[in-house]
Design a protein around this ligand. Structure first.
Ligand code: F6R
Length: 590
């Protein structure tokens, strides 16, 4: 998603803005730009990578920067931000839903637009409303907007000042040695701002006279607490020009250990009464996080006997079913800023449900919106494709499921004590990597792959398919093994790859039957299992032995070779795993 940064400093800020944009790159983008206010306003904006701006330098201590993820208007120099009008320059993250009507109105008043973006209407409105009061003009302009925005604005007439505003898109302000900042996220300010405060919807940030001030929607001053940025939010270092995704897969055992320690310190008393009384639950999330929610559903239904309705958050928003005061809604989001998941959580709360958040960012909007929060300790996840956060989400959700079993049945499930072996199990799963290298070499030209699973393995299959789609750009589908013969088998022909995950003893034979159907049509079968006998008896041409853990915990480790396989496929196909096509890390628009 788009990222914004703004800086007011005693020194030239161009370098700080460029470095900030580099740190925002992980969110996903297709063009970038910087505006610096020196004697005049200098703007450089280009389609493509932040590095395209490396030749730009302008003296001045006040500036803004942007990474754009195109929504309205194709990626191009003209559509890149900052946009300017009447001496103002603006960067915007979000979507102005009523921009067409506003544009028509402004064009009717003689304004000429130089981009196809929704964002340009904001700077034109600010310039129109300006009557000497910078903050007032911004406030009046955003009062006209429908949709979502985090904006940062500078003005030729106000050197050393910056105004920012937010609704539904994240915005933080930070103080550091290099100056005063606003930014879309905390990780991007790591290392340059030591203290951070978050803006809430409808609030304004005004940097002036060396101070950061917050105002409410009526422009009354607010007092905010600045908190120290957490060490764990600092970005993972990648030695020797490697990829973040690879480094983050390698970090899974550490991330699991840290997450378990923090869960063990967590006091569940505040939600004990609610969990004890829970008769029905909902789990909502997007993408990879949704797959962890599916594992939660299976585990809770099987172990605690409580029905769990699982929805992608975007669907839940528009068909909230029967969610009500007796319900517990678990909202899962690595970033804690995903627009759909946030809206789902707000909706659930407005209907009186108890919302439990599972997130990697304790200071996120989702954590603030929830009644109870479990924070995983995956550390900053920079690669767009979620890996270590998925394993940690699963751990949090299994831990939560175990608490539910305890509250319902007065005993923890048998596998609860084995959670402490997960980190070791994750390391052991990495022993599969050399075989996985061979598999990727073998399948690098594949045009499509089926991933099969039954029961909880289906969640793993779906996650494996999503990973290979998003970073290796290979069509893939995660499919219930038993459903293949009801339609999808039609695509299987000579050499068609089918990867099966089979970690549940009672379903081994069923999965094998599906592979046999594939094999007899010439398909190329791959099997991942921790059961040697399953691998020995299988018709699969390629197999891989997973580490042994109690079956309910297997999703945490069985996915690791699939995450790595997607990474290897991506490398084999000459793509960049950290910057997948069309994708953004933090999806802060609907
Ligand atoms: C896939 C991926 C996305 C995210 C999804 C939700 O690798 O990263 O599918 O899982 O956009 O993001 P969060 O968890 O931040 O809400």
């Amino acid at each position: 998603m788009c990222g914004i940064i703004g800086c007011v400093s005693d020194k030239d800020c161009c370098g700080a803005l460029y470095d900030g944009l580099k740190r925002l790159e992980y969110r996903g983008y297709d063009s970038a730009g910087i505006a610096v206010l020196g004697k005049t306003l200098s703007v450089c904006k280009k389609k493509g990578g932040v590095s395209n701006l490396s030749g730009f330098y302008a003296a001045g201590g006040t500036g803004i920067g942007h990474t754009r993820w195109a929504t309205h208007g194709a990626p191009s120099d003209a559509n890149a931000h900052p946009h300017t009008s009447g001496g103002f320059a603006l960067v915007h993250n979000g979507i102005v839903e009523n921009y067409a009507a506003l544009k028509e109105e402004l064009e009717g008043e003689g304004e000429v637009f130089s981009s196809e973006t929704d964002s340009e209407v904001i700077v034109k409105l600010i310039a129109r409303y300006f009557e000497g009061d910078f903050l007032g003009a911004v406030a009046r302009a955003v009062g006209r907007l429908e949709g979502s925005y985090a904006i940062a604005v500078i003005c030729e007439k106000f050197p050393g000042e910056l105004v920012a505003a937010k609704k539904k898109s994240p915005l933080v302000a930070g103080e550091g040695r290099g100056g005063l900042f606003v930014c879309s996220d905390i990780p991007a300010l790591s290392g340059i701002a030591d203290y951070i405060a978050k803006a809430e919807d409808g609030e304004f940030v005004h940097i002036a006279k060396g101070e950061i001030n917050f105002y409410d929607r009526a422009l009354r001053p607010l007092s905010k607490t600045f908190f120290r940025t957490q060490e764990e939010l600092r970005g993972a270092a990648v030695a020797g020009g490697g990829y973040f995704m690879r480094a983050e897969i390698a970090e899974i055992p550490r991330a699991l250990s840290d997450t378990l320690s923090s869960l063990e310190d967590k006091d569940f008393a505040p939600c004990a009464r609610i969990l004890r009384g829970a008769k029905r639950m909902f789990a909502v999330a997007c993408g990879t996080a949704y797959h962890s929610a599916l594992v939660f559903r299976d585990t809770v239904e099987r172990e605690a006997g409580i029905p769990v309705v699982c929805h992608t958050a975007g669907e839940f928003r528009y068909r909230p079913a029967l969610v009500g005061p007796q319900d517990v809604v678990v909202a899962v989001s690595q970033s804690g800023e995903t627009a759909d998941t946030l809206e789902a959580a707000y909706l659930a709360r407005s209907r009186g449900a108890f919302v439990i958040a599972v997130t990697n960012i304790g200071s996120s909007t989702l954590a603030a919106a929830a009644d109870f929060t479990l924070v995983m300790r995956a550390g900053a996840e920079i690669a767009v494709a979620a890996t270590k956060s998925y394993n940690c989400q699963l751990l949090c959700l299994l831990y939560l499921a175990a608490q539910l079993v305890f509250f319902k049945k007065d005993r923890f499930p048998d596998w609860f004590s084995a959670l402490s072996s997960l980190a070791e199990g994750a390391s052991a799963a990495m022993d599969c990597f050399s075989e996985t290298d061979r598999l990727a070499d073998c399948l690098k030209k594949a045009r499509a792959i089926y991933y099969l699973g039954r029961g909880t393995d289906l969640c793993t299959a779906r996650e494996g398919a999503l990973k290979v789609k998003e970073i290796a750009c290979v069509f893939a589908e995660g499919y219930p093994a038993g459903e293949l013969k009801h339609g999808s088998l039609a695509l299987v022909e000579e050499g068609f790859p089918v990867i099966c995950v089979s970690t549940q003893k009672n379903l081994l034979k069923k999965s094998e039957n599906a592979l046999a159907e594939v094999r007899s049509r010439g398909g190329f079968c791959v099997l991942f299992s921790q059961y040697r006998e399953a691998l020995a008896d299988s018709c699969a041409q390629f197999s891989c032995l997973l580490p042994i853990l109690p079956e309910p915990l297997m999703p945490v480790v069985s996915v690791i070779p699939l995450q790595y396989f997607a990474y290897k496929m991506c490398i084999e196909r000459g793509l960049d795993p950290d910057k997948p096509r069309n994708l953004a890390k933090s999806v802060t628009v609907e």
